[in-house]
Design a protein around this ligand. Structure first.
Ligand code: F6P
Ligand code: MN
Length: 323
């Protein structure tokens, strides 16, 4: 069986309701396969001499990965609009002359962790899928599916299907792995769930603890309680660690001097859906509320977050909001 056939069969087994959504996910798999190949053949760290809208220097690789996903979704024929961290405008990707009935919109980060790529750390792609045309003024909760690809020693794709998108009977998260020769996908974790507790922490934007006293107190608490540190500086591997170990907490908290930098559309909403579909919790850094209820009122909206095991997120809230 081919790569497309294997992922199609797996998604059918997970009872994805809509054939177009199934196809959308299969083609995100195709884009991820292409990126795997780009990363395997990436040798030197060359800048394209351009900046994205956020002012980050773009690598040739950032642009190639962005193009790989745009190509894959155009080929799928089931997307109408896409916006990415590298192409931060709602871009028409629908097949020519089509009326776009039953199509999807995509928000994505083609290569999260480009600042650690030269160190050969694991990096990832992040995808959020919405029904209809457009991603602005939507919430993460409205997504019909989301996925992340982790490019490490193996390429794995973790897919979240909320119950409204499957006849499986409940929210489901699972992982498929690309075979070594890149020719097929195989199920490698059939159900990813997050336990209520887990003394593993991934404290992002740690410099904020210098002028955010509450964050500082929480970090000290984690250390005094002998939590295990697992942090690479790449959001995908750092949150994925929670999926792999079924426990833990990830934070990216801001302060006056160290602003929030995670993007709601491209990073937080898709990742947040996976966390919640796996039974974990999410909250906005500054108020008690799921990140899935935050409105994407700006393509570049940024926020601080806490993700993970429900008791660990509750502990975060206690320290940060006094709940
Ligand atoms: O996209 C932003 C990002 O690179 C994330 O992948 C990662 O979680 C975060 O920045 C790391 O931030 P910091 O280095 O401040 O902990
Ligand atoms: Mn990113």
């Amino acid at each position: 069986m081919t790569r497309i056939e294997t992922l199609t069969k797996i998604l059918e087994d997970y009872k994805v309701k809509d054939a177009n959504l199934l196809k959308a996910l299969v083609y995100l798999g195709e884009g991820s396969h292409k990126i795997t190949h780009l990363l395997e053949n990436y040798i030197s760290h060359t800048y394209a001499g351009t900046q994205n809208q956020s002012g980050d220097e773009q690598l040739h690789l950032d642009i190639d990965c962005d193009n790989a996903i745009f190509e894959a979704i155009r080929e799928s024929g089931v997307f109408s609009i896409a916006a990415s961290e590298e192409t931060p405008v709602e871009t028409d990707v629908s097949p020519e002359g089509d009326d776009q009935e039953g199509f999807f919109s995509l928000g994505f980060d083609p290569l999260d962790g480009s600042s650690i790529i030269d160190a050969n750390f694991s990096v990832g792609s992040i995808f959020g899928i919405w029904e209809g045309k457009g991603v602005l003024n939507r919430t993460g909760r409205e997504q019909v599916a989301s996925a992340v690809t982790l490019y490490g020693p193996r390429t794995t794709l973790c897919i979240a299907l909320p119950s409204k998108s499957t006849d499986y009977g409940k929210d489901v998260v699972f992982e498929v792995t690309l075979t070594k020769d890149g020719s097929m996908w195989e199920v490698s974790r059939d159900q990813i769930t997050i336990k209520a507790e887990g003394k593993v922490f991934a404290p992002g934007n740690l410099r904020a603890s210098n002028d955010n006293e509450k964050y500082n107190a929480l970090i000290k608490h984690w250390i005094s309680e002998r939590y295990t540190l697992r942090y690479t500086g790449g959001m995908v591997p750092d949150v994925y660690h929670i999926f792999a170990k079924s426990k833990g907490v990830f934070t990216n908290v801001s302060s006056e001097k160290a602003k929030a930098k995670l993007r709601l559309l491209y990073e937080v909403a898709p990742m947040g859906l996976i966390v919640e579909c796996a039974g974990g919790l999410t909250t906005h850094e500054a108020h008690d509320g799921s990140v899935l209820d935050e409105k994407i009122d700006h393509l570049d909206r940024r926020l601080g977050v806490c993700f993970g095991s429900s008791e660990e997120v509750a502990l975060y809230k206690k320290f940060m909001f006094g709940n």
